[in-house]
Design a protein around this ligand. Structure first.
Ligand code: 13P
Ligand code: SF4
Length: 343
């Protein structure tokens, strides 16, 4: 450690849930900014990050917006405060940049729900199908994919495919069901994967919450186990149709700025509430499930970010041949559909 470095860094502790031991004080924030400048690094944070990480980032957004920002970043280094597949996607798009993630153990249960070998087998059963993979997949899986998508542009991506071609959609079954419904396609095969955080936000909780808050809007992420139930509630007249909005995390921010509602029930990971409350301070945002916290997203702690910037770790590597195979599918993703949302 040089004499110019902040003494608070000496307290970093490594544990099974990640790095701890550092509070997000103004001194921490000053040191993070100083180290980021020294490395010529830009800090990107997903909407599910801890509030302190969101507040120190240069850009906060959804997966699509952050991928686009990463692709165009001018800095030498991208520090991705999110989970591993997001940092990997940034590396695929910008192979000559240094991409760091504050804790490489920050994985994703959804990305783990399909392997490259499983996809190879699935493709062999449907040799003429177009493969659409959610961005929540490994680089190897992206390398076997025709077009990637995020929750923000999944419907647009599938709608862009010749209606006569079969589609393999993976790995999220709830997002897949949403896309199937929205596009009206019946030649779409859906992998049975799920995100354990979103799958835990179920229809019963949503129904109970909407009954006790009858005037509230419902913002529902399409990865949720309740997404189908949200539409069912609307279809059955339990809640007015225009109150249920199926949205990506970035789409929720845009909708928050536009809604006339005084209260909004939010069905997604709880980190989202921070940006929503900043975007629309006059609205009362309530989580449908206040236990829906992603343990991987929460591994990016103030201690982890400090360690990352001090040590240049953990660096994200994607083998050149894998990145080259995956790049086209990711470039197609960032070219299609709505602008995503990030700033
Ligand atoms: P979006 O930001 O694309 O809505 O993604 C949500 C998510 O679960 C990322 O892991
Ligand atoms: Fe993966 Fe779910 Fe966490 Fe998003 S919330 S990173 S999909 S485990």
């Amino acid at each position: 450690m040089t004499t110019t470095e902040w003494a608070g860094a000496a307290t970093i502790v490594d544990g099974p849930g990640g790095y701890t031991g550092v509070d997000a004080t103004p001194e921490w924030a000053e040191e993070v900014r100083r180290l980021a400048r020294e490395r010529n690094a830009t800090l990107l944070a997903h909407n599910y990050q801890l509030p302190a990480i969101q507040d120190i980032a240069d850009h906060v957004g959804d997966s699509l917006a952050l991928s686009r920002i990463a692709a165009e970043a001018e800095e030498d280094t991208i520090v991705f405060c999110g989970v591993h597949f997001m940092a990997e996607t940034a590396k695929i798009l910008s192979p000559d940049k240094t991409v760091l993630i504050p804790d490489e153990r920050a994985g994703c249960s959804l990305a783990d729900s399909i392997t490259a070998d499983q996809l190879r087998e699935w493709k062999a059963d449907h040799p003429d199908a177009v493969v659409v993979s959610y961005v929540n997949t490994t680089a190897e899986v992206k390398g076997l994919t025709d077009i990637c998508c995020t929750s923000s542009n999944a419907v647009d991506v599938v709608a862009s495919i010749d209606p006569d071609r079969e589609v393999l959609f993976l790995p999220d079954q709830f997002l897949g069901a949403h896309v199937k419904r929205e596009t009206g396609r019946d030649n779409i095969h859906i992998w049975a994967g799920e995100c354990h955080v979103h799958a835990g936000i179920n229809g019963d909780e949503l129904a109970a919450q909407s009954r006790s808050h009858p005037d509230a809007d419902l913002f529902v992420h399409p990865e949720c186990g309740c997404a189908t139930s949200a539409l069912y509630l609307a279809g059955e007249g339990f809640v007015p149709d225009d109150k249920v909005k199926i949205l990506s995390t970035g789409g929720m921010i845009d909708a928050a700025r536009e809604t006339g509602a005084k209260q909004v029930l939010v069905a997604t990971e709880v980190g989202m509430l921070h940006q929503l409350r900043k975007a629309a301070p006059g609205i009362d945002f309530q989580p449908v499930n206040d236990r829906a916290a992603c343990p991987y997203m929460k591994m990016i702690t103030p201690a982890a970010l400090l360690r990352c910037l001090r040590e240049g770790a953990d660096e994200v590597h994607v083998a050149r041949d894998v990145a080259d195979r995956a790049r086209l599918s990711v470039q197609r993703m960032i070219a299609i559909g709505n602008p995503g949302s990030g700033e």
